[in-house]
Design a binder for this molecule. Structure first.
Ligand code: IPD
Ligand code: CA
Ligand code: CA
Ligand code: CA
Length: 264
């Protein structure tokens, strides 16, 4: 039997230790590089933090696999066994430009089922965490089950890109939703945006393309508070692939899907 309590405890202590290292890095100078385009940033701290987790996991759980954004883990092509899905710094642009609004995100899955989710807001020292079937928390405070809310009273997390000309969605699809909502916000860290939906600070988060490390932990948190996440087509999310994401309170998820996103 897998000892999830132990795995959860180790994961939490490693996340806090990694957070401490990242905070300490503010006093040093970063090495910043670009990846797929000039706005896609990566720093030595993204890489070092991923390597830190990998060395801890390999030492304690050599049979577990690791899927990390910076590519130091395994080439994961199926969901078999225990997989740690790691974003060492989610919101690197914020990390570089703002030194805030970024998080460490770790989702641990067993045969495709989310078991432990951790999202650590490093600068605020706030750890959002959930274990399957045991509820979700921010530090010691339990997160409440999400009640229903209509679009007109909702704050939607969405990046302005998706209501301008872009390659993935006609801006006319999301514009009516943006107009009908009480307000919109964009934080620049998918993991934090998931944590905010789970904790009720946002009512919905919409984005056209995320990787597993961006949503792995968030899905587990959201499930524990009765929220719902699918692709923008209402399909189940492939946890080891790229997906569009509609994450929201339960009834709101349905309202947005049916009223704003339904294909004619
Ligand atoms: C990015 C952030 C951002 C989202 C991007 C992600 P990164 O992650 O979560 O908010 O819009 O799609 O790639 O690269 O900073 O880990
Ligand atoms: Ca990145
Ligand atoms: Ca990310
Ligand atoms: Ca990242």
């Amino acid at each position: 039997m897998t000892n999830w309590k132990e795995i959860d405890q180790y994961a939490k202590s490693w996340v806090r230790e990694a957070g401490e290292r990242i905070r300490a890095s503010f006093a040093t100078s970063l090495s910043i590089q670009t990846k797929s385009n000039p706005n896609d940033l990566v720093t030595n701290m993204d890489k070092e933090t991923e390597q830190f987790f990998i060395s801890k996991i390999k030492e304690m759980y050599p049979e577990h696999r690791i899927l990390g954004e910076e590519g130091f883990g395994h080439d994961v092509k199926d969901t078999e066994g225990i997989i740690w899905i790691i974003d060492p710094i989610d919101g690197t642009m914020n990390f570089v430009h703002q030194q805030r609004n970024f998080a460490i995100s770790i989702g641990i899955y067993e045969n495709g089922t989310g078991m432990v989710g951790l999202i650590y807001d490093v600068v605020h020292d706030e750890l959002y965490h959930a274990k399957k079937g045991e509820g979700a928390y921010m530090d010691e405070t339990p997160l409440q089950k999400l009640d229903r809310r209509e679009v007109s009273e909702s704050i939607i997390g969405i990046n302005a890109t998706w209501v301008t000309e872009n390659r993935r969605i006609d801006p006319a699809v999301l514009a009516p939703l943006v107009r009908s909502a009480r307000g919109t916000r964009s934080y620049g860290s998918a993991a934090l945006e998931f944590a905010y939906v789970a904790s009720g600070r946002l009512d919905c988060y919409i984005t056209m393309r995320l990787a597993p490390w961006d949503f792995a932990a968030g899905l587990i948190l959201l499930e524990e508070v009765g929220g719902k996440a699918t692709t923008m087509d209402g399909e189940p999310i492939n946890t080891i692939g790229k997906n569009s994401i509609l994450a929201a309170r339960d009834g709101l998820h349905q309202e947005i899907l049916e009223t704003y996103l339904k294909k004619s």
